[in-house]
Design a protein around this ligand. Sequence first.
Ligand code: 26V
Length: 820
Amino acid sequence: TENYFTQPGVANIGLSKEDIKTSFLEKLFYSLGRIPVVATKNDFYTSLALTVRDRVFRKYVKSLEQYVEEDARGVAYLSAEYLPGPHLGNNLLNLEIMEETREALAELNLNLDEILNEEVEPGLGNGGLGRLASCYMDSLATLGIPSIAYGIRYEFGIFKQEIQDGWQIESTDKWLHNRNPWEVIRPEISFEVKFGGHTEHSRDQDNKLHIEWIPGTEIKGTAFDTPILGYQSNAIILRLWKAEATESFDFAAYNLGDYYRAVEKKMRSENITKVLYPNDENLSGKELRLKQQYFFVCCSLKDIIRLHLLQGRKLETLHEKFTIQLNDTHPSIAVAELMRLLVDVHQMGWEDAWKVTQNTFAYTNHTLLPEALEKWPVNLLRNLLPRHLEIIYEINSRFITEIREKDFSGEQISRMFLIDDRGEPTVRMAHLATVGSYKVNGVSALHSGLLQEQVLKDFAQLWPKKFTNVTNGITHRRFLAVSNPRLAALISENIGKDWLTQLDKLKGLEPFAANKDFRSKWMQVKLENKKNLATHIKELTGIEIKPEMLLDIQVKRIHEYKRQHLKVLHILSLYLQIKKDKQNTVPPTAFVFAGKAAPGYFMAKRIIKLITSVGDLINNDPEVNGTLKVIFLPNFSVKLAQHVYPGADLSEQISMAGKEASGTGNMKFALNGALTVGTLDGANVEIREEVGEENFFLFGLTTEEVADKKKQGYHPYKIYSENENLKRVIDFLISDELTKGDPELFRSVYDNLLNQDPYLLLEDYQSYVDQMENVYKVWQDPEKWAQMSILNVANMGKFSSDRSIKDYCEKIWKVGAVKV
Ligand code: 26V
């Protein structure tokens, strides 16, 4: 392409202010047919997005050329979820044209920040898992790793959350409403996907077995490509599949003259990629969800095989040229699908095909929660994917034959079965993924350890070398450089800009912690960010906070194991203390929450109502006015998150030990100078190790202590009756003051805590309250706080997703960089 781009007069994709201005106007005139006086803000946004997209594609075609030329080994990342966040600001940073663009627009009397704010983000994920996939794409691109990411182009992403009368109300997320300037449809890249029907087994003259799958229906998947740009470097493609009806399938109905039936079929096919499922919900038996998983896996594998064959290679070498990463078990049907493609479609023998398959896949586990481990009913699979079920049975029986020869008890062997037939027979997808992969990893040191000791213990005994850890990371470019420009500038002024590609360089900030002048600048930046956050809080909730308050923040999906309600108990204890003593030793604090609850998760939705009710009570009580505020920010998203982390003083990471696989919000807060109050769970353990125990507010039981406690028999009622302060707080949950005449409102929370308390809130309560006292003591000493904040940031180098991706490359993928 190089010759092409250097020809005079060809595609203006320059990066100067003048080039950007010219392209921007060209897009406005010729792509949108608009002139400035009639253009809307969205027209301006779209013109700028298209201007930037050209430049990103320029980087992409260069990267692609290089990958092809070097015949490089590459990674295909399979994930049912992505949360890229707004593209525009990130691309401007990565192209290093933020200031040029700002000036070009200013010359046209336009404001870049207002235009940036126009972008509607793709909410194609639930939370941590989807955001992690997007952080990894940023690092894959930046590091020049030949890679492609596959997923689903949901028409409606994660539901939009509104708060009405304190309750969560869901509505559809119409992210494609104003068109999506970042994607390119690829009608030529489309594949057929079959469902249902039956299989036919026959033997040829040589007695070779042939199996044919006669499907019941067929649909088509079409690729939509979005380029994801790395910093100062390559771009990679996010390829999302959209479901449509196949022409051949409509044809039969047309012939019968039944036009409307054909259209109805078409509409039904398109349903497959209609909507993202909220994943904190029990999905067993949700047929459409399994269809989504198979649909995107089938298209992606066929595309990978197409790319492989396109380069004149043999399928027997697929595993040498590609490694496919399974982001949780959502794409794990890929193990059976690749076997089907190799054996049934490409006529490879079973043993050879199994060797290729087992050497192609690697699997990342993201949760140990038993209710979150995917299991698909055998009956559902038989109806939807009859051939895959046969293949899974075959894998199972060969696997069992293999382990019977080893030293395993009968009990262990049946625990390892791919099929669980203790009740309704189901396929354990984590077992399928483990057996079908060459590596399995957890997402933090603690979680990977527990994975090998608990959920996949027998497999770890069988194949100890198959198991490894890759601690999660975040892209510091989006979560510091783009979202916190003030702090980024202060850091760069003092230690240079190398940290953008080598986060370890933040270590250079350490000596500045002792510098009073620097500390004051640091806290000044924090204050500005808090003012900005206060403006958003006011806009979204109408509640005013003073930026000098301690901003104590918990943002993440609402789940009992994450214990948002433990924070509520603490807030109530402060409130009741102020009311009782008529004096107040608590520093002015705003408690901020945000996060979505799965629409069918009763307790999580109650917890939101609890937070908002406590907010109504406290925010309107003149006796605590000015001291305590409780805020629930609606509709948490990447965009909102980028305003939240920079303004936080205190990060709440308070899950019950052993339950949060890693967490990534914990890293985003600490990287922006918030201090953490947290348990020894997930990546908190490693964050504390890095920043030093003296710079981390620790509380609560350890994983082992939790296990012991549960073994001994846990009695929350006893704790309640022996702790006067706690008793007052818990009783307040059903008081008239809080429930305003509806004593049943929080009865379920109250009963749950007193009778079961599965996540040990009562057990950890006192330790939490005590540690918060300590937090307040440090907060009263701003110099000390500033110093701890600086030391936190200085020691966050490990948590860059660049480090995580390098770990994947070395420990798992054996893939190297191709630098353009
Ligand atoms: C799914 C379900 C489904 C059934 C009901 C309960 C429940 C709870 C959680 C989940 C999510 C499982 C997968 C997941 O999103 N894990 C998250 O992955 C992040 C990235 O590795 C990690 O930081 C989070 O700790 C982990 O919860």
